[in-house]
Design a protein around this ligand. Sequence first.
Ligand SMILES: Cc1cc2nc3c(=O)[nH]c(=O)nc-3n(C[C@H](O)[C@H](O)[C@H](O)COP(=O)(O)OP(=O)(O)OC[C@H]3O[C@@H](n4cnc5c(N)ncnc54)[C@H](O)[C@@H]3O)c2cc1C
Length: 569
Amino acid sequence: MHRHQIVIVGGGLAGLRAAVEATSLGADCAVVSLVHPVRSHSGAAQGGINASLGNHPEGRDDNPDLHAFDTVKGSDYLGDQDAIRIMCQDAPGRIYEMEHWGTPFSRFDDGTIAQRALGGAGYPRACYGADKTGHYLLHTMFQQAIARGLTIYDEYYVQDLVVEGGACRGIVAYNLRRGTLEGFLGDAVIFATGGSGRVYGRSTSALINTGTGVGLAYQAGVPILDMEFVQFHPTTLYGTNILMTEGCRGEGGYLVNGQGERFMSKYAPNFMELAPRDLVARSIQTEINEGRGIEGKPYVDLDLRHLGEQVIEERLPGIRDICLHFAGIDPVETPIPIQPGQHYSMGGIDADYDGHTQLEGFFAAGECACVSVHGANRLGGNSLLETIVFGKRVGETAGKYVLGLEPRSEEIGSRAVADGVRALERRIEELTRRTSTEDPYEIRRLVTETMDDYVQVYRSGDGLERAVALLRELRERYPKVGVRATGLVFNLDVLRVLELERMLDVALAGAEGALAREESRGAHTRLDFPQRDDERWLQHTLAFWTPEGPRLDYKPVVIDQFEPQVRAY
Ligand SMILES: Cc1cc2nc3c(=O)[nH]c(=O)nc-3n(C[C@H](O)[C@H](O)[C@H](O)COP(=O)(O)OP(=O)(O)OC[C@H]3O[C@@H](n4cnc5c(N)ncnc54)[C@H](O)[C@@H]3O)c2cc1C
């Protein structure tokens, strides 16, 4: 059995930032990750990371208060304003820290960190490194983590959260490389497991982002928050749904329909292509649904041609590469075919801005957590920011927590973790022995199809009822699945079957939350309830796991600075 004071699950930006902080405080820390840390989805981030540095000539008087206001308004007033204020105030410090640690940000001619406009922001405040911002940040953070002697267990799939005596004691993981099941005992466990995007088929997320972390916490009794709020990115490449960063529009790209119109003038006359994502995604979807896609097909064009080759090469080289390799087109010469696709999970494990959850010894930060700084709609550039701001804070919280614990018997938790390992052994044995009557891949396909079809940009009561019924039926079929491949070394069949159980839970929590919420707010748009309803619904949705499905409850939003207003862009 492995023992560490702090066990961090997830090697993305949030997990590594937590590790940097906790190891700096002197805590013994390990990161357990399904993939090598630098392969985490954080590395795919393109467009930028927000901080009110005021470097841009058009944004000299930017400040954390203005950043907070844009974020609250962007969230359609569902974000918690105390947490948002912390994030915006901490932002410049965290960015300069990354700069000093060596992140190669793009620069203005005067040598300051370059900033570009992203949607829903009154000021150009996204710092970036070309269109590879996440890659640069993640590699920098990885170096900082290993320089502090962090222990890393990669290619481990965490499948169980061990709770004993009302506190979290550790985790159980499947070591894919060796084909063994291993227990980790920890005084504190931090989840930084990323988003749940892959419960959808059309998604920009990495294939590993299936929401296991969220599902594990949920099943262990920790409530999950606002799962109905899913961000659909307006511009994903038609056919593969690879992200075409908002930076494309930040640099001046146009959205054009099948009739050659820059249609955003109808929907957001002031902000045009740089309105917040929920609004732009709805606008594109409306154009497509009303037959104004390109040649009537389900996509419109993202036109960058007028930017010229030099700007595209300098600021959007990754986008050009992706277009050449995955669509066979050069954006210098041809508009990019795009459609909205799932992009980000606003909901997640209910956590406060210091990373506490409702379970003693269990903490969460990053995309798997809902703090909530994004509310009903996240602004571009605020998610990378969330990982480093709240990653640092959770590392500090957990570090102080373990260093402050009274010395206690080595026995505490060991039996529970060992029992967890044995239970997983039995479960996998049974899976391999069972003559399966259900195909797990078929069930997985149906989950993602159901989410794509009904829990999408536009939702309706009928559609959501259908989604809930379908997901409940799939959940009943799940116990009859088995695995075909034997042996445990890199048995991806086993991995997919284990993942599927959490995907079903996470998808159902989202669909049920969406069905219950009879209003339209941010990314949650109900055709049958088109208005925002602050009287009834200015509240967060909590989902508690039960064997029958989620039990929903609600809690108030923290509103202490900006009173809700009608959003206009
Ligand atoms: C294509 C793309 C582009 C983006 N661009 C931007 C942008 O420009 N600006 C912005 O602000 N945001 C952007 N985002 C969002 C942002 O990148 C993510 O929200 C953020 O990086 C998430 O970081 P994280 O550390 O929480 O999780 P991740 O980076 O997703 O890391 C999750 C980690 O958890 C591990 N893990 C998960 N489950 C398990 C398990 N069961 N067992 C073991 N390990 C597990 C994984 O191995 C991984 O290491 C983008 C997202 C995408 C998909």
